[in-house]
Design a protein around this ligand. Structure first.
Ligand code: PEP
Ligand code: MN
Length: 338
């Protein structure tokens, strides 16, 4: 970290600043200029808060050199992390994972029908929401435990591991028992209490990007989970909010190479929530594979017009199968299987 102090800062203030950092175990190098003084701080600066340092009236500027995250940082963990989600390996050079399923679990028959279709198409995991984060309190809120148990039945029949969204700490035991990959939804990306609790779980976590969060904020949320001891985190880009109205969100594919550069964790893409329109799901899926994504999570429904949520962005099973078939061609080009 590099800090400069204002012109005319009294020497005793400079000394006070140096002693403050040294007391925190950091070594301080001071470059004295005629007008400004510049400090270089060396050591573990992850605990420092730039805004608090800048609150000192004698401080002119604070620049962070090292990233504020450690456990997720590629610098300290060169190899790609491969996450095992119920036997499906995600990350590194592993097969590109394809997670398909409804937005909401609507019952046993619907779940089984979709799970069979996902499996037949070549999908590797089943998704489904049992606890739904709906914008309106009057909209369908999810089947809860019953929905989770419907997914468990579908897993028993098809062998597909299951991913579902956890919204609150009181359901942790249920998810620990039944769910293979625990989804933290966009709206909870900065629910730090929930992130800490998930950090104590044994199951891997799918961490969606928040509606309007920077990449660094997103990585810091992964850091919360990892700091608790759970290092099996997969990032999921699902589009961010911009001024654009022709799509539900704006899919930021540039995060794929950035997440891979800055961290060692896998990243998958959700083209369904990113675009909000089934017509754009195929092309964004292919683009994501080309850009190096480790997987896709796609909403699939046999009767989108009557889906209990997110029908407009759900693919019918035959179109989902098409995405996988075309995706395999692109995957080969980038040296992956799918
Ligand atoms: C979902 O996966 O159905 C969902 C609600 O996603 P997001 O949190 O990305 O909006
Ligand atoms: Mn949805």
């Amino acid at each position: 970290m590099i800090i400069s102090t204002k012109r005319g800062t009294p020497p005793q203030e400079i000394e006070k600043i140096i002693r403050g950092f040294e007391a925190q175990g950091l070594s301080v190098t001071l470059i004295r200029g005629t007008d400004y003084n510049v400090f270089g701080l060396v050591g573990d600066t992850t605990k420092l808060d730039e805004k608090i340092i800048a609150a000192n009236p004698w401080v002119d500027s604070v620049t962070r050199v090292a990233a504020p995250y450690k456990k997720a940082n590629r610098l300290f963990h060169e190899a790609d992390t491969i996450v095992d989600a119920g036997g499906v390996k995600i990350g590194g050079k592993e097969k590109i994972a394809v997670i398909g399923g409804p937005c909401s679990i609507e019952g046993e028959a619907q779940t089984l029908e979709i799970a069979r279709a996902v499996k037949a198409a070549g999908g590797t995991m089943l998704r489904g929401g049992a606890y739904k984060p709906r914008t309106s309190p009057y909209a369908f809120q999810g089947l809860g435990t019953e929905g989770i148990l419907d997914m468990v039945k579908a897993r028993e029949e098809t062998g597909l591991p299951i991913v579902s969204e956890l919204m609150s700490e009181d359901r942790i035991d249920e998810f620990e028992e039944y769910v293979d990959l625990v989804q933290i939804g966009a709206r909870n990306m900065q629910n730090f209490q929930l992130l800490k609790a998930v950090g104590k779980m044994k199951k891997p976590v799918l961490l969606k990007r928040g509606l309007a969060n920077t990449i660094e904020e997103w990585i810091m949320s992964a850091e919360y989970i990892m700091a608790g001891g759970n290092e099996n985190v997969i990032f999921c880009e699902r589009g961010i909010r911009t001024f654009e109205k022709y799509t539900r969100n704006t899919l930021d594919l540039s995060v794929i190479p950035i997440i891979k550069e800055k961290t060692h964790l896998p990243i998958i893409i959700d083209p369904s929530h990113a675009t909000g329109n089934w017509k754009y799901v195929e092309s964004m899926s292919l683009a994501a594979i080309a850009a190096g994504a480790d997987g896709l999570i796609i909403e699939v429904h046999p009767d989108p017009e009557h889906a209990w949520s997110d029908g407009a962005q759900s693919l019918k099973p035959d179109r989902f199968a098409d995405v996988i078939e075309k995706g395999r061609t692109i995957a080969r080009v980038v040296g992956r299987d799918m």
